[in-house]
Every structure is written in C-alpha cells, then in structure tokens.
Design a protein around this ligand. Structure first.
Ligand code: ATP
Ligand code: MG
Length: 373
C-alpha cells in the first residue's frame, strides 16, 4: 500500500548547493521517481527564511525563483509532486500558533540546531549584529515549532533531510505526541530519512567548516559555471600538514576526500583516473605520501563537473520561461492549501474551536439558556 507522505523544504536564502543535493535533493528525486508514495510535497520556506532575514525581504523574494529553478533542474517534477511556497498557506502559521502552547522555552533552548544557528548567526558573526544585536527575535527562536506545523499540516510520514534536521524532527514528534494525548489522535508522527551514504549527512563547506551553508558563503552551487566550479575545487581545504607531495597526508577533516566519499563512484576511476583501481587505494597512497593535492582536486573537479553539467543545462531550459515557473508554484500552492486546510479542520475539531460546525455545542447552549428563561 502506498501510504507514505513525503515532505521537505528549503529556505530561499540563496541558490541551492551540493550539500543540499547529496543531503536531500538527490534522495527526493529518487523517491519521486520510485512513485511509492501517496503524496509528495516540496516547499520553499520563505516564512522561515524571514525569521532571520526579516529586514531583508528583497533577498527572500529574489531567491524564491532561484530555489524553484534549482528544484526543476535536479529533476523534481511538478507533474508528479506538489511544489509550493510556504507563506501562501496561512494554515501553517495558524497551526504553529497553537503548537506554541505545547512547547516550553527551556525545550527550545535545548534544541541543538537552534543553539548552533543562534551562535552562527547571532553572536559570533559581526555582520549579523545589526539584526540580532539587540537580542534574539522570538520568531527565529520558535522556528522549530513552525517547522512542526509545516510537516504535520500535510500529515507527512517521511522527511528526507540532512542530519541538521534531526533535532527538528524529534521536536515535531514530541509536539505530535503531546497534541494527540491532550486533544485526541489527530496528527501523524514523521520520520527523518537520512541519505544512505554517511558522508552526505552533513557535507562540509569548501573551507572545511562543519557544514556547507548558504549563510556561511562556503558553497559550491548547483548552478555554478564550469569555470567557477573548477576554481572552487582548487581552493578547497585539504590537510594543512601535507605541505610537500611526499609528506604523509591525513584524510580526517580533509574536505576533498569527504567530497570524494560523497560523490565518487567506481566507474569514475576508469573514466578519469585509471592509474588507481578504487578510492581505498587512492586514500592509501595519500596517507603514505607521494600523492599531491592538485591531482586529487582535479579528479574531484571532473566528477563534480560530470554530475553538475546536466543540471546546469536543464536550468538554462527552465530559465527561458520564468512566468511558467511562477505559474507552477501558484498551482502547487493552491493544491497544498487544500490539503493543509483539511488538517486544520481536524485540528479545530480536536481542539474544540470549530464553533460554527459544532452543532452539539450550539444545541447545548441553546438548551441551557432555554431552561434559564
Ligand atoms: P541557510 O544557511 O539559509 O540555513 P542552508 O544551506 O543551511 O541555508 P537549508 O535551506 O537550511 O540550507 O537546508 C535545506 C535542506 O538541505 C535541509 O534538509 C538540510 O538538512 C539540507 N542540507 C543543508 N545543508 C546541508 C549540508 N551541508 N549537507 C547535507 N545536507 C544539507
Ligand atoms: Mg539551514
């Protein structure tokens, strides 16, 4: 039985990068094409992006189309799935408001992703001082609650995402359990679907920092030109102790090898580096010494170029008809709204705030006042 409901989203804070690709997008396309689901939703999280970009609506607005084009260029197909814009579904904000009653401030403060994101944006990055200098906006602090609303509004069972999303899904599950225990069985518990390959859970940035992230400016974008792609690969962080070719090299924290773990397939050796039989041998040589960074970077560059070239080409095609992309988003948003509205009806009923549909309430009140007359 096809009972899976799949949902994921991305913030329109920039074009999508290869971290998104291996962490989530690639898996989404595979899921989409396997057709083993009841419904699949992919959305552009503009309302969430505004929680830490509220003073820059233009940035969010401009990036809606960028993310949509990236979706289409990796092969997400609006004839099979629903692609929509978060803020076009007011039910999502409505749901989040009620979920706020079910979460304590202390619980939100313990959310590890919120902790890192606050540190990353608010207090360690001087550029952001103007935004967060006077304190943390409530909207940003509570975004895990809004994310719970996004997931549960569609009764999603499966959320394909990177590792940074684990605490979000855990928090959503807690909200679902609390809601169902207080108001009765209404919401569905989601599960995160991490990529099978460990190296894809949290792809580091080209600077070797923990996570490739639009906000950290350490990305290789999916739409990168061949030229920039090659330059970025050449500038990648490797092993600072590997100074001359003959020095033994380290793999730990070596971004080039992490990317090879994420992207390299056996056939790439035959195509681009026939003198090595496989990745293990390449790694062993690097560790022994005698293998230079330029050689492995060139190899990685060819692999990435082969993966990204068709994406870049497809993007160019979709860029030819921008109004049609907006049209697709409008249609998707209409469909998504219908689904979310049904969940909101269930929620209103469970929470007993469906006054006008509650015939029994009206009858009881009428009876009470009749007796008093
Ligand atoms: P921002 O810096 O604005 O938060 P981001 O680059 O972190 O942007 P998101 O829109 O927050 O991107 O993430 C969208 C999805 O991509 C999530 O499912 C997230 O887990 C996944 N993802 C983002 N970055 C990576 C990464 N470096 N490795 C693996 N998955 C990632
Ligand atoms: Mg993020």
């Amino acid at each position: 039985m096809k009972d899976k409901i799949i949902l994921t989203g991305d913030r329109p804070t920039g074009r999508l990068h290869i971290g998104h690709y291996v962490g989530s997008l690639k898996g989404r396309v595979e899921l989409q094409n396997a057709m083993d689901y009841q419904d699949m939703f992919v959305f552009i999280a503009d309302a969430q992006a505004l929680t830490d970009n509220f003073d820059n609506p233009e940035k969010v607005r401009q990036n809606i189309i960028e993310v949509a084009l990236d979706y289409l260029s990796v092969g997400l197909d609006p004839s099979k799935i629903t692609i929509f814009i978060q803020s076009m579904i007011p039910e999502l904000t409505e749901l989040a408001f009620y979920y706020m009653n079910l979460v304590t401030v202390a619980r939100l403060q313990r959310n590890p992703t919120v902790k890192t994101e606050i540190a990353m944006r608010g207090f360690s990055n001087e550029d952001q001082q103007a935004v967060f200098g006077s304190g943390l906006p409530v909207g940003f602090f509570t975004y895990p609650i809004s994310q719970a609303a996004d997931i549960t509004a569609f009764k999603a069972t499966t959320v394909p995402a990177g590792e940074d999303q684990k605490p979000m899904i855990e928090q959503t599950v807690e909200i679902v359990r609390k809601f169902n225990s207080i108001y009765g069985e209404t919401l569905v518990e989601p599960e995160i679907l991490l990529p099978a390959n460990n190296a894809c859970h949290r792809l580091p940035g080209i600077d070797g920092k923990a996570k490739m992230s639009k906000s950290l400016g350490n990305c290789i974008y999916l739409s990168e030109s061949a030229d920039t792609l090659a330059k970025k690969v050449m500038s990648m962080y490797t092993d600072p102790q590997h100074i001359s070719i003959n020095d033994p090299g380290h793999l730990e924290g070596n971004t080039v090898f992490t990317y090879l773990d994420a992207f390299c397939r056996q056939e790439h050796f035959g195509m681009f580096l026939p003198e090595y039989p496989n990745l293990d041998e390449l790694k062993a040589h690097y560790q022994r010494g005698g293998l230079g960074d330029v050689k492995i970077k060139k190899f990685l560059g060819k692999i990435l170029e082969q993966e990204l070239a068709p994406i870049r080409e497809r993007r160019k095609e979709f860029e030819k008809d921008i109004p049609e992309v907006y049209n697709m988003l409008r249609k998707g948003s209409e469909k998504a709204r219908e689904v979310a509205a049904k969940t909101m009806d269930d929620v209103r009923k469970s929470m007993k705030i469906n006054y006008f549909e509650d015939k029994q309430l009206i009858a009881e009140q009428a009876e009470k006042y009749r007796q008093q007359q």
